[in-house]
Design a protein around this ligand. Sequence first.
Ligand code: HEC
Ligand code: HEC
Ligand SMILES: [Cu+2]
Length: 402
Amino acid sequence: MNAAHLTTTTEAIDPVFMFIFGACLVLLIGITIAMVTFVVRYHRSRAPEPTSKVESNLWLEIAWIVLPSLLVLAMFYYGWAGYLSLRNVPKGAMDVTATARMWSWNFAYPNGKTSPKLYVVVGKPVRVELVSADVIHGFYLPAFRVKRDTVPGMKNYAWFVASKPGSYDLFCSQYCGTGHSAMITTVEALPEAEFTAWLQQTPGGGAAGKALLEKHGCLGCHSLDGAASVGPSFKGIWGRRVSVVTGGAERTISVDEAYLRRSILEPQADLVKGFPPVMPPFKDVLKEDEIKQIVDYLHSGGAAASRPDGGKLAQDKGCLACHSLDGSPGVGPTLKGLYGSQVKVRRNSTKLTVTADDAYLKESIRQPALDVVEGFQPVMPPFSDLKDEEVEALVTFMKGIK
Ligand code: HEC
Ligand code: HEC
Ligand SMILES: [Cu+2]
């Protein structure tokens, strides 16, 4: 039980458990045998009178004080050592933030990627920062013997390492309301290469495009916030009218995909007026999918907005834990065909029918308790912390679910 040699949380916990369990088993068997033997041997029919004249036995008393004390101290020692290995995160651990909310998990990686499943590298320790968005939840990984509460407003963490590739259950161990049992997801342990490939995959919201801009040094010459730099700012670039010099002749064009591609691949072809021709061509540098991601990113409003993706938000914010997209019932009404439909709601205990338009959808997200849909409990948490553009994105997303 030397902490320095422990490699996994399972190895830290299992011997402690077996030791305590073994000690209890030995005691249970010993005490039961002694009890049965005494019952038989000293039954009144065999021994009607007390036979023993012993008043006290010093050695026996010392033994039954010292031996159990040693046993209990040993349990404490092993338990403490095991606890320390659970609290001391090995060096070089990967960081992931787990956010628990009613009733879903979301995992955020340092590069901004988020996922409803916890992807990890086989053999590499993972430090999980535990955050709760609402009530007390519990981060519970039976396969790795890890169980730790996630408490709102409290910093907490857990670590583990998956030594074999595979899919392991991840539960919430605190009863946190109606949808508690829905807080089930998995740890996906992948070989390093597969994990890296997964981590770099386009994460919807344009983080990949931005990462590419950073990687290729574009941001050294182009700002995202409108500030002047070596080149024009990317802020609000899509659709902007620009004056360019093409083959010596000046013309004004609006920025679209074709123009963006040309500007990136052959910057000298259309030279933005007032800027020096210093941008290197990226023709042989960027791959097609990278160009696409960059163009998408610039299209989406680039830095200024990096417009949120409603579908992804619905996943990340836990909407889909309570709302289905396919018409099936859940904790909340399905989102399928919701937009434009007539909804029966209860507002301040009066019943009325409203049309699910933009305003209604927005209000349902920000103040769900205002209009409670008939037949449902008012359990939806208010998402008052969402930004306006995030609410817009969610509404756009919901409109699309026909
Ligand atoms: C060395 C500085 C430099 C780097 C690095 C650079 N650019 Fe440029 N970029 C410029 C300058 C200067 C201009 C304006 C002159 C021109 O049109 O070539 C420009 C123009 C552009 C334009 C047209 C802008 C407009 O307002 O019409 C786009 C789009 C663009 N760059 C994208 C990129 C991307 C994407 C990268 C990275 C893959 C990149 N640039 C890297 C300096 C740079
Ligand atoms: C804890 C479960 C839960 C979560 C999480 C949740 N909702 Fe709800 N939602 C409900 C319930 C229950 C109702 C019906 C009662 C009411 O109107 O408050 C509802 C109602 C709604 C309605 C009105 C539906 C209708 O049929 O008129 C919309 C729109 C909605 N939710 C959107 C969202 C969005 C978007 C999110 C994520 C940001 C979200 N919800 C997260 C449980 C949830
Ligand atoms: Cu929970």
